[in-house]
Design a protein around this ligand. Structure first.
Ligand code: PLP
Length: 398
């Protein structure tokens, strides 16, 4: 399928994109408008947990679209009730609010924490977040983020966020005042370059927040839905947060996200939260179909095993080329290249028909479909190996 007539100048320029347009996807592969095929280790930014256009998901979406798309959030629909029940059955949470994007789910978490502060903690409203954090692109979630590049943008920011140092409990403790209501973090900082919170730090944070009566909020938009080999990352540590947000993989590629909370933290009253498309039947039916597959123990086991395989292959590659560490968990991994050649590698890999991501100039991030095969992992490694071998790529920059 080729289409050379596509115009690239009608969309707002919001990021640098290669001058190709994808027209088809299947599993770990995408095809562009010239018919070229790409092996995809970006997968919609860790979104397509079942790969591109999974037939079973397409069938569910098609059947649901013929039955009921949205009856309005003023009424219940069966798909959202079923998905909410499944999520609460499978997690430590009691209540769910569905959103349309990760940022919107996080915006909801921030509002829920502020509401909790207003009704249960004497008006406390401050939320401690972290340097390097990424929570989204609404004004409040950009304000909650600790991304340096966001600092000069869209001033004045939403106030009430104080930034602690990553994996540093003392720096969190120092920021706690009578105004503090919550601590919010990603168990693995994905956009910053895949920097995991240590299990010890997560346990200490739980103890600290409990001791001060603060809510612990996990942004599992990137780490949730099986990405790290457990359905939710918090299961790795035994730490249970009070609030969790999900996005990306929850819809298997369609716009769906969720805000989950324990009964004790669920304090929204009528009128506090809502939205036209929230919890619509079409997206929730997709979410249910995804969850049924991803939550299966055999599926999660294969994610964990393939994650270990990718990790060990990246470590061998790193040893061969004398580069840096491999970070992350499950199928959310990063390779430290030690020199700022990641954008060059990404561009060269694109030419070679492999999609990779560089969250930082010196780091590559790998977020394939959760059902990626070993053969596909091997093909990506071979491509990367050849690129790292290409004399000059590293030297040009180093
Ligand atoms: N939180 C985390 C940890 C993310 O990785 C992202 C997206 O990359 C978001 C929030 C924002 O999600 P969305 O882009 O769906 O708004």
């Amino acid at each position: 399928m080729t289409d050379a007539t596509l115009a690239f100048d009608a969309l707002m320029e919001i990021t640098a994109r290669p001058p190709i347009a994808f027209v088809r996807g299947e599993g770990s592969y995408l095809w562009d408008n010239t018919g070229k095929r790409y092996l995809d280790f970006v997968q919609g930014w860790a979104v397509n947990c079942l790969g591109h256009a999974p037939p079973e998901l397409a069938e569910v979406i098609s059947a649901q679209a013929k039955r009921l798309i949205t009856p309005s959030p003023a009424y219940y629909n069966d798909a959202s009730l079923k998905l909410a029940k499944a999520l609460t059955d499978l997690s430590c949470f009691d209540r769910v609010f569905f959103a349309n994007s990760g940022a919107e789910a996080n915006e909801g978490a921030i509002k829920l924490a502020r509401k909790y502060g207003a009704v249960r903690k004497g008006g406390a409203f401050e939320i401690i977040t972290f340097e390097g954090a990424f929570h989204g692109r609404t004004l409040a979630t950009m304000s909650a983020s600790g991304k340096k590049a966001f600092e000069p943008l869209f001033e004045p920011k939403v106030s009430g966020f104080r930034k602690a140092k990553w994996n540093d409990l003392g720096s969190v403790e120092e920021l706690i005042t009578d105004n503090t209501v919550a601590v919010m973090l990603e168990p693995i900082q994905g956009e910053a370059g895949v920097w995991p919170a240590s299990d010890k730090f997560l346990r200490e944070l739980r103890a600290l927040t409990s001791a001060h009566g603060l809510l612990l909020i996990f942004d599992e938009i990137q780490t949730g839905m099986g990405r790290t080999g457990k359905l939710f990352h918090y299961e790795h540590t035994g730490v249970t947060p009070d609030i969790m947000t999900l996005g990306k993989g929850i819809g298997g590629g369609v716009p769906l996200a969720a805000l989950l909370a324990t009964e004790a933290a669920s304090c929204f009253e009528h009128g506090d939260q809502g939205g036209t498309f929230n919890g619509n039947a079409l997206m929730c039916a997709a979410g249910l179909a995804v969850l049924e597959q991803v939550a299966a123990p055999a599926f999660l086991k294969s994610v964990a095993e393939n994650g270990l395989y990718l990790e060990s292959e990246l470590q061998r590659l790193s040893a061969r080329h004398g580069i840096g560490e491999v970070r992350g968990r499950g199928l959310l991994l990063a390779l430290d290249l030690r020199v700022p050649i990641a954008p060059l590698i990404v561009a060269a890999a694109l030419d070679d028909g492999v999609l990779l991501n560089a969250p930082r100039p010196d780091t590559l991030r790998f977020m394939p479909a959760l059902n990626v095969s070993r053969q596909e992992i091997d093909l990506m490694i071979q491509c990367l190996d050849a690129l790292l071998n290409t004399a000059g790529v590293a030297r040009r920059v180093a």
